[in-house]
Design a protein around this ligand. Structure first.
Ligand code: A3P
Length: 304
């Protein structure tokens, strides 16, 4: 048992929950039959790393000529103004619940297609690795991920699961028994893969994204083959995208409604701070997490 007392299942070195959309079964089904297009773009993350935000930034960047930011009417009809970023950049996993993929497989447009997944590098369908598609990996400081998981868990109404205390959350996070955990292995695998295949995998951190959003958005655009022109930069296009995808705007747009049954849209938007863990973790918890991180990441150049 792990996160929220749920039965978790180990597959290829990582833990999976029993939610049908994000299960071992859907991962295996994807491994068996997922057919990417070489032009696809994937955002890869551990839950609570800022997936929702970077989905919005990537969607707005890639589709910026379709939804022109300089026209007020277009801005008002921008998909991010009317729906959750998770609907604009869908997870692949839920498509494989019934082994009859719908959107993902049958929607060759728009080009490029934007998708997301939490699946660890080890278990990514080979078809994705072997095709020409590009991958963006986003990671976040483990202490903020853990605290974000804690608040998310206690807003979760999908199942009749008992709320967690911060101590319980800490225990399962350290053990790695959270969906797609252990955290450190997930990050490390993608980090190493991004060093090995730098033109295929772009490695980002939430912390640098927050500190220098404009340059990171430009970096993403360049990596995805749609760099901002000088003219766009002068017109403030990047800043416009940044404002559209800000926590304040997305929170307001998503204050009502549900992403899926029992999962309110609002649950994906909280404080969005770097270092917010200070309000919730004891010194001892913080030290334990630092020690594990230093040990696991000692030979890597990840800076939070
Ligand atoms: P906090 O719980 O620390 O506030 P994910 O999208 O992977 O589930 O991650 C959720 C985290 O990203 C939450 O962190 C949430 O507040 C933060 N987040 C959501 N939208 C954001 C935005 N537009 N800008 C910055 N952070 C955002």
């Amino acid at each position: 048992k792990g996160w929220m007392g749920e039965n978790l299942y180990m597959y290829q070195g990582f833990w999976y929950g029993s939610t049908s959309a994000f299960s071992v079964q859907t991962t295996m089904a994807m491994q068996d039959s997922f057919k990417p297009l070489p032009t696809d773009i994937y955002l890869l993350t551990l839950p609570k790393s800022g997936t929702t935000w970077v989905k919005a930034l990537m969607f707005a960047t890639v589709n910026r000529t379709t939804y022109n930011h300089n026209s007020n009417t277009s801005v008002l009809t921008h998909p991010l103004f009317v729906s959750n970023p998770h609907n604009c950049v869908p997870f692949i996993e839920p498509e494989f619940v019934n082994k009859t993929p719908t959107y993902v497989q049958e929607n060759p447009n728009p080009n490029p297609r934007l998708f997301s997944t939490h699946i660890p590098y080890t278990s990514l369908p080979r078809s994705i690795l072997d095709s020409g598609c590009r991958l963006v990996y986003l990671c976040r400081n483990p202490k903020d991920v853990m605290v974000s998981w804690y608040y998310f868990s206690n807003k979760f109404t999908l199942k009749n699961l008992s709320p967690m205390t911060i101590d319980e959350m800490f225990e399962v996070f350290v053990k790695g028994t959270v969906p797609y955990g252990p955290y450190w292995d997930h990050v490390k695998e993608y980090y190493n893969a991004s060093c090995e295949h730098p033109t295929k995998i772009l490695f980002l951190t939430y912390e640098v994204m927050k500190k220098d959003t404009v340059n990171q958005v430009k970096r993403i655009a360049e990596f995805l083959g749609c760099p901002f022109s000088k003219e766009e930069e002068t017109e403030g296009c990047v800043e416009e995208i940044m404002r559209l995808c800000s926590l304040e705007v997305l929170k307001e747009v998503n204050k009502d409604g549900e992403y899926s049954e029992g999962v309110p849209n609002a649950v994906f938007f909280r404080e969005g701070k770097v270092g917010g863990w200070r309000e919730d973790l004891t010194d001892e918890m913080s030290k334990t997490l630092d020690d594990i991180t230093n040990e696991k990441f000692q030979d890597l150049g990840i800076l939070f």
